[in-house]
Design a protein around this ligand. Structure first.
Ligand SMILES: Cc1cc2nc3c(=O)[nH]c(=O)nc-3n(C[C@H](O)[C@H](O)[C@H](O)COP(=O)(O)OP(=O)(O)OC[C@H]3O[C@@H](n4cnc5c(N)ncnc54)[C@H](O)[C@@H]3O)c2cc1C
Length: 555
């Protein structure tokens, strides 16, 4: 049979776009399908902060950061806690992808992107600081490189390639084509089928109609699933959450657009693909409701510096080392194991000014708009504009002059009396005493002081140590934090080329998977925990690898 295309790619997010770029670069003809309207081209990556995990980069070296592939791999394995043997079992391919990804992040990733015009903010950030022992979770050094132009800046070269290839007749893009199943012939995937959805003028990431106006079935020599994860389907997220980590709350925020619904994974499974590690996910405990929502239950993640006190719903500090920005999953599991739907940051105006950043392109207009003047605000005292707007408009931000007044506001917001005013004051005073000592035994206080050895933390991310009850730094602020769903760490099981495997471990011919749908490689490149900036990087790497392998396979 002759086909008008060599490959069908399902999903026009970053992973699908990178795969497409590799294929058309090798002269292959691609049919790219997406359920959403053209306004949403690029998927989640458009909304992302554009943070990339790069290893031993020129930006790190200029800041005096001593990184290496060996250190990064040790950090990765400490965080992943892969299970079973390296040569067998469901973590075999995730582990192999992890090794290959760290090599990529320490080697060709930056020059490859740089040659396509991508650049980075010179101040490398320190995400997931860990706080355990040397072989435990976390980044030993700062590795989070924010792209100049944030998420849209990463998408740019791949969208450009798509448009050029479209003009050259190498790519056909069909929006509003929602894949619901795969066609198989004699055990091989030979096409896709699905619903044609009604045309939609919905703006980017605004939920679009699901009205079906037709059906389609398209044959293809090869199909790539690039349809993203499951973060918008809260029922599925709850059902997949491991029982050993308690229960995800009934009230959660959504950190991804509604199209992140897992439907592509379901279609692949229906054709015999294996899904592994469905219970490994990367959601955040530091969500606040967006004051100007775009998608359903829209939440924003606070990227916190280390100084805020982190209290559970009863006002108790989270245990060591669950300080802000140290171990996201550990903190989330602590909260869900308690059965709570929220926790609290308690801080003051000075800490808000230095330490609160918001994840997402639209919350960082200076970086997204490549606005150098706007960026200077980051080194001036006070919070940047979007953080100030949240502080003014969000019902989750509560200001007060005294701990007693703060406790009353916290209780009023939740409609409970779980915060005891005197206990809250005792907690703050005890912490302040440690700071005033100049040294101290409180590990959060000492970790915060240590963070300031790093020039970027000192300049823009970590407030000078001070007492929370010092009126010069007031008023006090409590922020109610909700669980925010985002990433899927498990996914379709793939080998090192991106070929999808069956439950028996054999290749399912004709089917490939990339990006979040593939657990960013191998069905679980992160293992149990991520180091941040590895999701966009995982889309780039899986798309590049599978695209190249598939171009060779369809030569
Ligand atoms: C606010 C925000 C901030 C982030 N910040 C960062 C960061 O700084 N660093 C980082 O590494 N990661 C970050 N991420 C995560 C990262 O952006 C995503 O993990 C990544 O972009 C996922 O890309 P993808 O191509 O795999 O999937 P998606 O972007 O979800 O794209 C999938 C596409 O497939 C389409 N689709 C889905 N199902 C079907 C179907 N059945 N039929 C047809 N089409 C379908 C969808 O419409 C969509 O266009 C962030 C994410 C968000 C939302």
């Amino acid at each position: 049979m002759t086909h008008s295309h060599d490959v069908v790619v399902v999903g026009a997010g970053l992973a699908g776009l990178v795969t497409t770029a590799q294929l058309v670069g090798a002269g292959r003809r691609v049919l790219l399908l997406d359920a959403e309207p053209p306004a949403s081209l690029g998927g989640q990556a458009f909304w992302s902060f554009g943070g990339l995990f790069l290893v031993d980069s020129p930006e790190q070296r200029r800041l005096g950061v001593k990184d290496s592939a060996e250190l990064a791999l040790a950090d990765w394995f400490g965080s992943a806690a892969f299970e079973g043997s390296p040569t067998d079992g469901p973590d075999r391919w995730g582990r192999a992808w992890a090794e290959a990804f760290v090599d990529f992040a320490a080697g060709p990733m930056r020059p490859w992107l740089h040659a396509q015009g991508v650049r980075w903010f010179p101040l490398v950030q320190w995400a997931e600081r860990g706080g355990y022992l040397a072989d435990g979770h976390g980044n030993s050094v700062p590795r989070f490189h924010v792209t100049w132009g944030t998420g849209p800046g990463i998408l740019e070269p791949f969208v450009r390639t798509l448009l050029d290839a479209h003009a050259a007749g190498l790519v056909d893009v069909r929006f509003r084509h929602r894949v619901t199943g795969l066609v198989t012939t004699d055990g091989r995937v030979t096409g896709v089928r699905g619903d044609v959805l009604a045309p939609s003028r919905a703006a980017r990431a605004v939920p679009s109609s699901r009205e079906v106006v037709g059906r389609f079935e398209l044959a293809a020599p090869a199909v790539v699933i690039a349809s993203g994860g499951i973060g918008a389907d809260h029922e599925l997220v709850r059902a997949s959450w491991p029982a050993s980590a308690g229960r995800l709350p009934d009230r959660m925020l959504q950190g991804v657009p509604d199209h992140v619904d897992g439907s592509g994974i379901v279609a692949a499974r229906g054709a015999g693909a294996a899904l592994v590690h469905a219970d490994r996910m990367w959601h955040y405990p530091e969500g606040v409701a967006d004051h100007t929502p775009v998608w359903s239950r829209h939440g924003i993640r606070i990227l916190p510096g280390p100084s805020s006190l982190w209290l559970d719903a009863d006002g108790e500090r989270l245990p060591v080392p669950l300080f802000p920005g140290f171990d996201s999953l550990g903190a989330l599991q602590h909260i869900t194991t308690r059965g709570d739907d929220h926790s609290w940051f308690v801080l003051d105006r000075t800490i808000l000014g230095s330490e609160f950043a918001l994840s997402g392109s639209e919350q960082n207009p200076d970086l997204t708009g490549r606005d150098v003047r706007g960026l200077l605000d980051r080194v001036r005292p006070g919070a940047v504009g979007p953080v100030e707007t949240f502080a003014e408009r969000s019902q989750d931000f509560l200001w007060a002059d005294t701990p007693a007044e703060l406790a009353a506001r916290m209780n009023a917001l939740t409609g409970t009396d779980r915060i005891d005013a005197e206990a809250l004051e005792r907690t703050i005073v005890a912490r302040d005493r440690q700071v005033a000592s100049g040294l101290g035994k409180d590990l959060q206080v000492t970790a915060t002081a240590m963070a300031r050895r790093y020039v970027v933390d000192r300049l823009i991310r970590v407030a000078p140590p001070h007492r929370l009850l010092d009126p010069a730094h007031g008023p006090l602020l409590a922020v109610r934090l909700s669980v925010l769903t985002r990433k899927t760490l498990g996914g379709l099981h793939t080998d090192l080329e991106g070929r999808v495997l069956r439950p028996d471990g054999q290749v399912l011919p004709g089917l490939w998977a990339v990006g979040e749908a593939a657990g960013f490689g191998g069905g679980g490149v992160h293992g149990h925990r991520a180091l941040e900036g590895t999701f966009l990087g995982g889309c780039l790497f899986t798309g590049r690898t599978a695209g190249r392998a598939l171009a060779a396979a369809t030569a």
